[in-house]
Design a protein around this ligand. Structure first.
Ligand SMILES: [Cu+2]
Length: 186
């Protein structure tokens, strides 16, 4: 009898542990950017937390939108969607939160005109080594930051007056595969 209750105690612990692991995986997928896993209790809360983070990263007041975009050493932006309203003044700050230098893990933000072939643009950009990986003479760029390395930060201001969905990428060679998102103008 004593052995049996011990068996159940171990069994119960195993069930609890496996539940815990499962929940953590769900949270990781839902947040996706290394958010604080400790305070997140359920998948629903995780979704709310993601909204809060997005709100932190994009703040709109009186027609001015501050966008706080980050890039890291794992070739990731913190945002894959940025929503603004047509005519908003967008102040976009790109912060490289990693440590790797520009020549190894450079990041920028390049907003492309609608209808631009992203892969074609990115491939041309990859060869534009002397021009911060922006194709010489291109007319596909609406706005762009400079290329920065770990610990650096850069800010640009621009306005998009035409509603629509635009692509943004990091044009450092190969980065567009992961570092790309939608810039939505409503
Ligand atoms: Cu990059």
């Amino acid at each position: 009898m004593k052995n049996l209750s011990r068996f159940f105690a171990v069994f119960l612990a195993a069930v609890l542990m496996s539940c815990g692991n499962e929940k953590k995986e769900q949270e990781t997928i839902t947040i996706g950017d290394g958010g604080n896993l400790e305070t997140v209790e359920t998948t629903q809360d995780a979704a709310a937390d993601e909204t809060a983070q997005t709100n932190d990263a994009i703040q709109r007041q009186d027609g001015v939108v501050q966008v706080n975009l980050t890039g890291n050493d794992l070739m990731q932006y913190n945002l894959n969607e940025i929503k603004v309203k047509a005519g908003d003044k967008v102040k976009l700050t790109l912060t490289h939160v990693g440590e790797l230098p520009e020549n190894a893990m450079g990041h920028n933000f390049v907003l492309l005109k609608q209808g631009t072939d992203v892969v074609d643009f990115a491939q041309k950009a990859a060869t534009a080594t002397g021009n911060e990986y922006i194709p010489e003479g291109t007319d596909a760029v609406i706005a762009k930051t400079e290329m920065i390395g770990g610990g650096e930060e850069t800010t640009i201001e621009f306005t998009v007056s035409e509603a629509g969905t635009y692509d943004f990428i990091c044009s450092f060679p190969g980065h567009y595969v992961q570092m790309r998102g939608k810039f939505i103008v409503e």
